[in-house]
Design a protein around this ligand. Structure first.
Ligand code: CMX
Ligand code: CO
Length: 138
């Protein structure tokens, strides 16, 4: 069902500072910057590699407000790895199959993600403490 690791989501206090760090330390480049009001983030995608069904990326996330998923995460845990996102062919179908196993779906249907993708989250408490995102590339 999983095609590849689409991205790792990293929570940070200052997006521009973290972009500069990743670019100078790892030689990766930003391919997309977006504000996603629905997810409460200002974000950048940095390209790492190409894979089956799409690329793989580092997603840097700065909260738009304290009362958002990433804002709450920063207040509780500080900067660091926020979620892992797997590429799938069909998010709606993957949600159905995974939901049937009893894992709680944060999103019952796909939402809009970075770069025109469709995304959905699985509850970290049912995935061994890992907030997990499914991504269908456009
Ligand atoms: N990874 C692992 N565990 C996490 C977590 C994370 N990122 N965020 C929260 N948790 C844990 C908390 O530690 C807490 O555990 P305890 O009860 O043991 O303390 C529990 O989940 C509940 O956490 P909370 O702080 O009360 O937060 P909420 O329940 O309000 O929200 C969650 C948690 C996962 C439902 C919410 O963050 C969410 O809906 N996330 C999905 C959307 C999202 O993250 N969007 C931003 C990224 C957008 C993108 O990638 O494009
Ligand atoms: Co993500």
């Amino acid at each position: 069902m999983l095609l590849r690791i689409d991205h790792v989501g990293i929570a940070c206090e200052n997006l521009e500072e973290k972009i500069a760090f990743y670019e100078s330390t790892f030689g990766v480049t930003v391919v997309s910057r977006e504000v996603n009001e629905e997810q409460g983030v200002k974000e950048a995608m940095l390209h790492v590699a190409d894979g089956e069904g799409g690329g793989s990326y580092i997603q840097l996330l700065e909260p738009l407000h304290p009362d958002t998923p990433v804002g709450k995460f920063l207040a509780k845990r500080g900067e660091g790895l926020h979620h892992v996102a797997y590429g799938v062919t069909d998010v709606t179908q993957a949600l159905q199959v995974i939901g049937d196993t009893g894992v709680r779906l944060i999103d019952k249907q796909p939402r809009h993600g970075a770069m025109g993708s469709s995304i959905a989250f699985l509850h970290p408490k049912d995935v061994g403490g890992v907030l997990t995102e499914l991504v269908q590339s456009p």
